[in-house]
Design a protein around this ligand. Structure first.
Ligand code: CS2
Length: 482
């Protein structure tokens, strides 16, 4: 008789296998069979599974009402990976002390286009008190002025077919309509993407959309709806095969889609949630009336510098954030930009020392355990740069200070787009076609190339694109990067 365990395939992570995870791996401390769905989440990408799902997992330790129904608006990938695992997946927290945790808060994953009625049933259930979203900047279907983009193809489609929507806004409103009709309170809607004033913008878009369908519904949402603004933070590199192998070795269980992030995580939520919302403060969420200060500081200091390192770093041949901040030129640029340009535009929220905060962000970028690809951050530049850079830049210009450094990420983005287009490489961005054409046509001449990019009116507001000092500084930066 031969007994060999060496070649036997590892067990797949699931509700039956997880108690057998290698000791030291954290596993759900609660009885998953007793957990109810109390949260519907749109966009169960890596960030949600690293961040909000983690807070709900902790919450379930003392309150079984806050299990998550995760809804993919487009692709079935997450459902296909997690369904055989009963919604379970592994979260690796990579830092000086790396830890692994089997996460149990996602109870089901629905693929909205396959089954809108199930999504609406969850949204309309009295037990659903919270709707959260991570749908990326473009998922908010906003126009450049910040309101609902009525010309967005998904919004045009949804207004014509409100019972079979495609957009997050369409789902949120149809769910609220059903609750209104049933005499239920609205759910609170918590936007968790990196947009300035995220909750307010979403509320404005939702109310505008609802108003096109039913004035009374729109007034009810406007009056009763809670759309807190939030700041979310945890660096979450995309999953790769190295992570899958590491998770298998650490847990003894095969996971089709584990998630990795740094140990640091922060969630700041405007303190307007209704009394029957989950007790987020009990799991470390900061509830405050001063969210704007946190959110501006994080967007401008962390995300703004991230995007700067991404475009400038890729042009200098780096692959990861760690490599970019190990390059003395880029490290100096990042620090100067934070201290000399960005901090002067910020009002610190109570209790936050901005200099210390900036130092901590740079230290996080230097985490050697985190392999965060610059190319991941470079995606969707047309959506990210306005929130991350243009606010700081406009205010700096208005204050009469130099914008010499702040134009670098913009110039580097233009060079990056041109380089990819000329190499025939795809550009991941909702403006992909336009950008590829602009990049392919770029001649290297600063005046003509910069003028062509500045004509992107959904990225650059007219007042800025026509500002002579801005144009001149941008042309100089662009020429210097050639
Ligand atoms: C990054 C963010 O991908 C990006 O654009 O800047 O995802 C960043 O890692 C997170 O906001 C950190 O909280």
């Amino acid at each position: 008789m031969t007994v060999s365990t060496a070649t036997s395939p590892a067990l797949r992570l699931s509700a039956t296998s997880y108690p057998g995870a290698i000791p030291g791996v954290a596993i759900p401390s609660y009885d998953r069979d007793k957990v109810q769905v109390g949260v519907v989440h749109f966009g169960p990408g890596a960030f949600h599974r690293a961040h909000q799902a983690y807070y709900f997992d902790k919450l379930l330790g003392h309150d079984p009402r806050w299990g998550v129904c995760a809804v993919s608006l487009k692709s079935p990938g997450v459902r296909d990976a997690l369904e055989p695992q009963d919604g379970l997946y592994t979260l690796a927290q990579l830092d000086a002390d790396t830890t692994f945790r089997v996460m149990g808060s996602i109870l089901e994953v629905l693929v909205a286009p396959e089954d809108p009625p199930s999504v609406f049933a969850r949204l309309a259930a009295p037990t659903t008190r919270l709707v959260t979203l991570t749908v990326t900047e473009k998922g908010y279907t906003l126009s450049p002025d910040g309101g609902l983009d009525e010309n967005h193809p998904d919004i045009i489609h949804d207004l014509a077919n409100p019972r079979e929507p495609r957009s997050a806004v369409g789902y949120i409103v149809e769910g609220l309509r059903r609750r209104f009709a049933a005499g239920l309170a609205p759910y609170a809607v918590v936007a968790c993407d990196n947009l300035a004033d995220n909750g307010w913008r979403l509320k404005a878009a939702v109310v505008a959309y609802a108003g096109k369908l039913d004035e009374e519904l729109a007034r009810w949402i406007d009056r009763e709806g809670r759309f807190p603004r939030t700041m979310v933070d945890s660096i979450t590199p995309a999953t790769d095969d190295a992570l899958r192998a590491r998770v298998l070795a650490a847990t003894g269980l095969e996971d089709a889609w584990p998630i990795q992030r740094e140990a640091f995580t922060q969630w700041v939520v405007e303190d307007v949630l209704p009394a029957d919302a989950p007790d987020l403060a009990s799991v470390g969420v900061i509830l405050t009336d001063d969210v704007r200060g946190f959110e501006r500081a994080k967007l401008r200091l962390l995300n703004g510098v991230h995007s700067t390192l991404a475009y400038a770093g890729l042009l200098r041949g780096h692959e990861t954030v760690f490599e970019a901040v190990s390059d003395p030129t880029l490290a100096a640029l990042a620090r100067d930009m934070m201290v000399k340009d960005i901090i002067p535009t910020l009002t610190p929220p109570r209790g936050l020392d901005l200099q210390g905060y900036a130092d901590a962000i740079l230290a996080r970028f230097q985490n050697p355990e985190i392999r965060h690809l610059l190319s991941q951050i470079a995606w969707d530049g047309s959506q990210k740069l306005p929130f991350r850079i243009l606010g700081t830049l406009t205010e700096t210009l208005e204050a009469g200070r130099s914008i010499e450094r702040l134009v670098i990420p913009l110039a580097a983005w233009m060079r990056f787009v041109a380089r990819r287009a000329k190499a025939g490489e795809p550009i991941v961005d909702p403006l992909q076609e336009r950008l590829s054409a602009l990049g392919a046509a770029a001649t290297g001449d600063a005046k003509t190339d910069v003028a062509a990019f500045l004509a992107l009116d959904t990225v650059f507001p007219a007042a800025l694109a026509g500002h002579p000092a801005f144009v001149a500084a941008l042309e100089t930066a662009y020429a210097n990067l050639g």
